[in-house]
Ligand binder design. Structure first.
Ligand code: PLP
Length: 459
């Protein structure tokens, strides 16, 4: 007999474990008060299930730990560098690969080279550090995701797509002031939603017509490629690695955080084809990151990433990864918790504007929900709404497009019973959502305020 089993299991078993620390509701209430009601200010020890981010929080594999032992710490020309460069180029065959300590360092270097006052950078949706690095040069960061991408409950297979007509209009008006166009795959700030190959191709053609280069913010390239494999006609039989190469072939370069899909605890890179720009970027790299064959990384990190890149595109892994995120999202949806649909790749996004309709956007409904999830069950999430994006470059405040709370799933880290517990915590808090307070910000730092701001509940 041949059976067809429906359960998608973790394609690994546990080899080394870390203890979790249980806390009481009273301990958590005190911890979050001391943290100024900002989950970034908590001590991680006081968190039970940490869904703050999937960045750098994944479990490395046995083979990655083994690769670390091969780390060669030569200052220049280390074999670890050549293994890393080859692994990057295997998937992203750009001429130049510039290693950085994480994604934002690649952004900082790129936008220092090409940004500046009067410039405009379109993206489907800028990630927070990307927006901050564009704006820090005086340039304008423009979000051009398709209209469907703004409607949390609307089902669309590729809600991360860029509005190609809007892009075309921007390039008609500003082409000489647009140093490059970026597409974020998957669209992190827009709900972890994928971008289709057809859309990438249309964006690429539009950019070519206007003579403007296209860069990928490729942090979750493998998850995006898996969605293309699953959802886009013509890609069901293709290898994910091959789909990734096709994505790369449509672009002129990329920025990357290796703390995402490549299973790094640290790392990133900038890759591009333009020789002159690469030279300029390498000069900037040397100022702040390091020599071009290690950038901001140790040889052992380069080894772990080279191995991680190979694991990131394996089909059994990606099937489990995307299914286990959907497992959380589908359960919340069935329980009546409003979530961004369809469920994204690395995270489930709760629609706090819908769930906390009694809290005005600038009273931060997402922050209120995130605090409540921590107080109730020790689950740490993150607000992606007016706290993160509500500050205008001129210092004023305006509501963000959406008020979301993101439950990001670290890679290969939590089991199904951990997630079952999270489902219980979220559904319990959601039942009592109408009793949650709004918040006011009592300390606001000038840049990336969500990381260190402090709040008070409005009682
Ligand atoms: C994480 C991330 C970045 C920044 O990378 P860091 O490694 O955190 O500096 C940029 N863009 C997107 C889409 C990201 O998810």
């Amino acid at each position: 007999m041949e059976y067809d089993f429906a359960t998608i299991i973790e394609p690994f078993r546990i080899h080394s474990v870390e203890p979790l620390r249980l806390t009481s509701p009273a301990q958590r209430a005190e911890a979050i008060r001391l943290a100024g009601y900002n989950l970034f200010n908590l001590r991680a020890q006081d968190v039970l299930i940490d869904l703050l981010t999937d960045s750098g929080t994944g479990a490395m594999s046995r083979d990655q730990w083994a690769a670390i032992q091969h780390g060669d710490e030569s200052y220049a020309g280390s074999p670890s560098w050549f293994r890393f460069e080859a692994a990057v180029k295997e998937l992203f065959p750009f001429r130049h690969v510039i290693p950085t300590h994480q994604g934002r360092a690649a952004e900082k270097i790129l936008f220092t080279a090409i940004g500046g006052v009067g410039k405009v950078v379109p993206n489907n949706t800028h990630f927070d550090t990307t927006r901050a690095n564009v704006e820090a040069t005086g340039a304008e960061a423009l979000d051009l995701v398709i209209a469907e991408g703004h409607d949390p409950s609307l089902i669309h297979p590729f809600k991360g797509n860029m509005d190609v007509d809007a892009l075309d209009a921007v390039l008609d008006r500003h082409a000489t002031n647009v140093p490059l166009v970026m597409v974020t795959v998957t669209n992190n700030s827009g709900g972890g939603q994928p971008v289709s190959m057809a859309n990438l191709r249309a964006v690429s053609e539009t950019c070519q017509r206007h003579g403007v280069p296209l860069f990928l913010d490729a942090c979750r390239f493998a998850e995006n490629a898996w969605f293309i494999h699953e959802r886009e006609p013509g890609y069901g039989e293709r290898e994910v690695a091959d789909i990734v190469r096709e994505m790369a072939s449509l672009a002129d370069g990329m920025t990357m955080s290796a703390k995402k899909d490549p299973f790094g605890n640290i790392g990133g890179w900038l890759a591009l084809n333009d020789d002159a720009l690469a030279e300029q970027c390498r000069n900037l790299l040397i100022l702040t990151e390091g020599f071009p064959t290690y950038g901001g990384l140790a040889g052992r990190d380069l080894e772990a990433l080279a191995q991680g890149l190979r694991e990131a595109v394996q089909h059994d892994y990606l099937r489990y990864r995307i299914r286990s995120t959907a497992y959380l999202g589908d359960a919340l949806d069935r329980a009546g918790v409003p979530v961004v649909k369809p469920i994204g790749g690395h995270a489930v996004y709760i629609d706090a504007r819908a769930l906390l309709a009694h809290v005005a956007p600038l009273r931060y409904p997402g922050q209120s929900l995130a605090v409540a999830l921590y107080e109730a069950g020790g689950v740490r999430s993150v607000e992606i709404g007016s706290v993160m994006f509500g500050r205008r470059p001129d210092g004023g405040e305006q509501p963000a497009a959406m008020e979301l709370v993101r439950l990001a799933i670290p890679r290969r880290t939590y089991t199904q019973s951990h997630i079952d517990y999270v489902i219980e915590v979220v559904t319990s808090v959601a039942r009592d959502a109408s009793s949650l307070p709004g918040y006011r910000m009592v300390h606001e730092p000038a840049a990336l305020r969500h990381f260190t701001a402090r709040f008070e509940p409005i009682v």
